[in-house]
Design a protein around this ligand. Structure first.
Ligand code: ATP
Length: 351
């Protein structure tokens, strides 16, 4: 078993709280992504699991065992960073085999393990090269292979894709996902990139200001964000958020924005959320709300239509063939089954 648990973990630097009373249970074999903006405490959380930082209070458990007092080398973890951490003077093969050397594994057994790990990340032909003779993506795969040969009970990955260009990031992402599935190793992965989090994770912990705001599957995080922070952080283009008032199942906002929500119980200041793909632009008079076209942008596979509805500016995602004149009047239909309603004071989800 290699589940990982944080129990009421806090990390302070002087008066500054980087991680606040955080509890998190990561299951054996799970791919857990810590997602959040810069400075939210995700790297600090990972470094505490690794043993590179000491919690100010609280416990860290790996495989059910309290590891607070174990040095990193005794925690049976392997780390992969954004900077690959390869030895420049060693060949790819020797870099991959370095953890084996430290364990005293030599000769044919070492070579076989290096080959097997290299094959898993498709580096078999490059074992004799030096890191400077590799592309960024290949270097990151060497770092992955070096983590694999250790056969750790936990992988820790801190922004491993962020030095790669956009295309390579997508293919390496799929490789990491495939590899984690194949090896079944409990993995904790830190990123600020919501697409990486959504595509890789079994579950995502969305963090802000040292706290986990929501912990759930990518589907639930996307479909039912727990608060305004999560709602605004996940999704591209982001969820439309309109500030107004809710009561008797009707949401209103300045400038004549009015929409029936079918949410019964809430009365007071509220924020209505609707994702761009859940807004349909229809001919004038044929929808829930009147609006005027502010901008039309072709992204290639879709058209982003920015509209003004009352004083609210919304983005709708339309079919790539959709066109309209700026300034023309249209109607909007909002998918009532996919609306998000938040309490403006607490920022928590209401529906
Ligand atoms: P990023 O994506 O930018 O790496 P992060 O979410 O990983 O951000 P952390 O590196 O965990 O954030 O840092 C959390 C907070 O703790 C930040 O505000 C950071 O400035 C602060 N911090 C981190 N390390 C130290 C330190 N050694 N001393 C003081 N403050 C620190």
């Amino acid at each position: 078993m290699a589940d990982v648990a944080l129990l009421n973990v806090t990390k302070r630097w002087g008066g500054f709280v980087a991680v606040r009373d955080q509890s998190l249970a990561i299951r054996d074999g799970e791919f857990m992504v810590l997602l959040g903006p810069s400075g939210c405490g995700k790297t600090t959380t990972m470094r505490m699991i690794a043993g590179l930082e000491e919690p100010t209070s609280g416990d860290i458990l790996i495989g059910g065992q309290r590891v607070n007092d174990l040095p990193p080398r005794d925690r049976d973890i392997a780390m992969v960073f954004q900077s690959y951490g390869l030895y420049p003077h060693m060949t790819v093969g020797d870099n991959i085999g370095y953890p084996l050397k430290l364990r005293g594994i030599k000769g044919a057994e070492r070579d076989a393990q290096i080959k097997a790990a290299a094959a898993k990340v498709e580096l078999g032909d490059l074992l004799h090269r030096k890191p400077r003779e590799l592309s960024g993506g290949q270097r990151q795969r060497v770092a992955l292979a070096r983590a694999i040969v250790r056969r750790p009970t936990v992988f820790l990955m801190d922004e491993p894709l962020s030095n790669l260009d956009a295309k390579l990031r997508v293919s390496t992402r799929a490789e990491i996902k495939h590899l984690q599935h194949e090896l079944g190793v409990t993995t904790v992965y830190v990123t600020h990139d919501q697409i990486e989090a959504m595509t890789l994770a079994h579950r995502v912990a969305v963090m802000n200001q040292g706290e986990i705001r929501q912990l759930d599957t990518p589907e639930v995080i996307y479909d039912r964000p727990a608060d305004l922070f999560v709602a605004g952080f996940i999704g591209s283009p982001p969820m439309n958020l309109v500030t107004g008032h809710h009561g008797d199942g009707v949401f209103t906002a300045p400038g004549g924005f009015r929409f029936t929500t079918r949410v019964g119980h809430h009365a007071g200041p509220a924020v209505l959320g609707v994702r761009p793909e859940d807004v349909t632009v229809a001919p004038a008079g044929g929808g829930d709300l009147d609006a005027s076209i502010y901008a039309v942008e072709l992204t290639g596979d879709a058209v982003l239509v920015t509209v003004m509805a009352g004083e609210a500016r919304l983005i709708a995602k339309a079919d790539r063939a959709w066109r309209a004149e700026i300034g023309s009047t249209v109607a909007l239909r909002l998918d009532a089954t996919r609306l998000h309603l938040f309490d403006a004071a607490t920022t928590r989800r209401l529906n």
